[in-house]
Design a protein around this ligand. Structure first.
Ligand code: AMP
Ligand code: MG
Length: 305
């Protein structure tokens, strides 16, 4: 199955999950719900299947993929887990934390997954449908966000279809995602040092060195809505679609009560709406930095870049 043309959508019930498992086993592409955003999954041990992810997304081949696993036991077959890395996995998995660790030479995964790096990014997601799916498979899933490269991440099956309809085999419909922004990415160095590569829903109290770009998802203009974006707006100017927050009500409002968690869950839905709106420009109200606010502002700065 991969002539594509028609992308099927199935509910993430037992039958739908079994269907997705068969499709992935035969090397297909399935959009899957996670607690962060929808992922575009393929079996990570098949070079052919992984190549389809890059082709469907139009993703540059130097941008590696996150490998999704059931937990630290499976993860340790593909990456080297120092005591520090193991402690982080045990504390936060399943959950929205991706760990970048040294790649095992005998991992048996497609080289394209790690784009030639000596490290591998691993995560055990918490979404019940994704977990049930991973439990049924005897291979891990490579899965970047289920959108065309460079565009806005999907938090609903509708967002997935808007950019990938006809280019993938199946969408497993688990409804809107809960956290709304991509996982926190943290690298655990050989000497045990921990460095944040991308802020996300989970704050573990470390920051990146900022010395060089290691996660290409950190490149500016990675989350582009295709229109100019003005930040810290207090009101819409002529021709602007306003994304509001708190007291500033917009054409779409992230959280009227000023709750950053709610704002994160609605961020990409508002950006998708803004991208489709008739207004040629987008303005966004100030969102505070606390908690997941830091990840929201990280994505907004990239959308504006
Ligand atoms: P996406 O799932 O689309 O958010 O993309 C996955 C993110 O993980 C991208 O920003 C990648 O650059 C990053 N990533 C994947 N593997 C690695 C790795 N080995 N080292 C650093 N970053 C990685
Ligand atoms: Mg992405």
């Amino acid at each position: 199955m991969s002539g594509k043309d028609v992308t099927e959508v199935v509910l993430a019930d037992a039958a739908g999950i079994a269907r997705a498992a068969r499709c992935l086993e035969s090397g297909g592409l399935v959009a899957v719900p996670t607690e962060t955003v929808y992922g575009l999954a393929a079996r990570a041990d098949s070079a052919e299947a992984v190549a389809k992810i890059y082709a469907a997304k139009g993703r540059p081949d130097f941008n590696p993929l996150i490998v999704h696993v059931t937990g630290v036991e499976q993860a340790a077959r593909y990456g080297v887990f120092s005591p520090e890395a193991r402690a982080l996995a045990e504390a936060h998995w399943p959950g929205p934390l991706t760990l970048v660790v040294p790649r095992r030479a005998d991992s048996g995964l497609a080289d394209a997954v790690t784009a030639g790096l000596a490290t591998i990014a691993l995560r055990a997601p918490a979404h019940p449908a994704m977990r049930a799916l991973l439990e049924q498979l005897d291979f891990p899933l490579a899965a970047p966000s289920a959108n065309r490269s460079g565009f806005i991440s999907p938090t609903t099956p509708g967002h997935v279809l808007a950019s990938l309809d006809g280019r993938i085999d199946l969408v497993l419909d688990g409804g809107p995602t809960r956290a709304g922004v991509e996982s926190t990415i943290v690298a655990v160095r050989a000497d045990g040092r921990v460095e944040e590569l991308r802020p996300g829903p989970l704050s573990i109290g470390v920051r990146g060195s900022g010395a060089h770009i290691e996660a290409p998802g950190q490149l500016a203009s990675h989350y582009a809505p295709g229109k100019p974006v003005r930040l810290n707006a207090e009101a819409a100017e002529a021709g602007e679609f306003l994304i509001g927050f708190g007291k500033i009500a917009g054409d779409c409002t992230l959280s009227a009560s000023g709750d950053v968690t709610e704002a994160a869950a609605r961020l990409y839905a508002c950006l998708h709406e803004a991208a489709l709106a008739s207004q040629p420009r987008i303005a966004v109200a100030l969102v505070p930095e606390g908690g997941v606010g830091r990840a929201i502002n990280d994505r907004l700065r990239r959308a504006a870049a």
